[in-house]
Design a protein around this ligand. Structure first.
Ligand code: SF4
Length: 329
């Protein structure tokens, strides 16, 4: 498989609003189907290609990156818990899930199921050859100036990002590259040959490893409403991230000790504390940068700054630089 990512990063941001502005839609997609197909397909509740309809996520992130339990723990230990956010799904019917806050949530054994992925604050970006930048929800780790990943190839680089779009192709679903080609032209997916579905966590093997289950649905009251409204609080994210970090692959068990440790790490991050891996180092740039992006977007009043403002928002706070495309193969 070979892809052409320069000037794209379509799988690291939610660019559907550009389609609405241009009035175009990816080839072959009806309006109602666009959102649904515009998703990574290793989502255990996204539908199985049969006549049963897919379950829809409560949130509106078209390019959500699901993390494994060990990756969640790794981000926490690195002091970057603020990068994380959960995803729930609507059940297919009332007898197919658990009712919380007026939603019937997809569940496993009566426990609401969720993913943990990466947050997307608004950033000024100019992908796909756009002449002017626009505000788009973009992965916390995306450098808006180069449109490259700040953690690419590093210890924290998510497996899912390394396997994408191979996983979509293995599941016979469209890749983000093809959607970008259809909407903006150019050649993104240069060679669609792939090695199959190795590494995909689907079905029961995902439980506790990538698909987490909350043991106390009543504790989710209020959280579910805010997840659907896109207004999760730090305390909300802390509860879900702690359950994910305390999960055990292949089981529904939750470790009380890991749960408490994860909560402490999340609260340390929020206080600007440094994780053990950062011992003696500056606190993580992640939380302050997300808050700064949200504040700048709120105060922008329709204007869009240059992506270079990321130097002040991210790099000056300690975000790793990206190499740019010159000289890269
Ligand atoms: S971690 Fe990197 S590759 Fe993955 S979505 Fe974020 S910016 Fe993109």
């Amino acid at each position: 498989m070979e892809v052409n990512c320069e000037g794209c990063a379509g799988c690291c941001m939610d660019w559907r609003s550009l389609l609405e502005k241009s009035g175009s839609a990816p080839r072959g997609d009806g309006a109602g189907e666009t959102d649904r197909r515009h998703r990574r397909r290793d989502d255990p509740f996204a539908g199985d290609g049969s006549e049963r309809p897919p379950r829809d996520p409560l949130d509106d992130d078209a390019t959500f990156v699901p993390l494994t339990r060990d990756e969640v723990r790794g981000f926490l230990e690195a002091g970057m818990g603020e990068a994380l956010t959960p995803r729930f799904w609507e059940a297919r019917g009332e007898d197919d899930g658990v009712a919380v806050d007026g939603h019937t949530l997809a569940a496993v054994a009566g426990r609401p199921a969720f993913f943990v992925g990466l947050r997307k604050p608004p950033k000024p970006v100019a992908p796909f050859g756009l002449a002017e930048p626009v505000w788009l929800p973009a992965c916390v780790f995306l450098d808006p100036t180069t449109l490259q990943c700040r953690i690419h190839g590093g210890e924290r680089f998510p497996d899912e990002c390394g396997a994408y779009p191979e996983h979509n192709l293995a599941l016979d679903a469209a890749a983000e590259c093809e959607r970008v080609e259809a909407a903006f032209g150019g050649e993104r997916l240069l060679d669609a040959d792939h090695d199959g579905s190795e590494g995909l966590l689907l079905g029961s093997q995902a439980i506790g490893a990538k698909l987490f289950c909350h043991p106390r649905p009543a504790d989710l009251e209020g959280i579910v409403d805010r997840a659907a409204a896109g207004s999760l609080t730090r305390a909300d994210r802390t509860e879900l991230v702690a359950i994910a970090a305390a999960s055990s692959p292949g089981t529904l068990a939750i470790s009380g000790q890991h749960y408490e440790r994860a909560r402490e790490r999340m609260l340390d991050d929020a206080d600007g504390g440094a994780g053990p891996e950062n011992d003696g180092e500056a606190p993580s740039w992640v939380g302050p940068a997300i808050r700064d992006w949200r504040r700048r977007f709120r105060d922008a009043d329709g204007t869009v700054p240059s992506p270079a403002v990321a130097d002040a928002v991210e790099t000056d706070r300690g975000a790793p630089e990206t190499p740019g495309w010159d000289g890269l193969e």
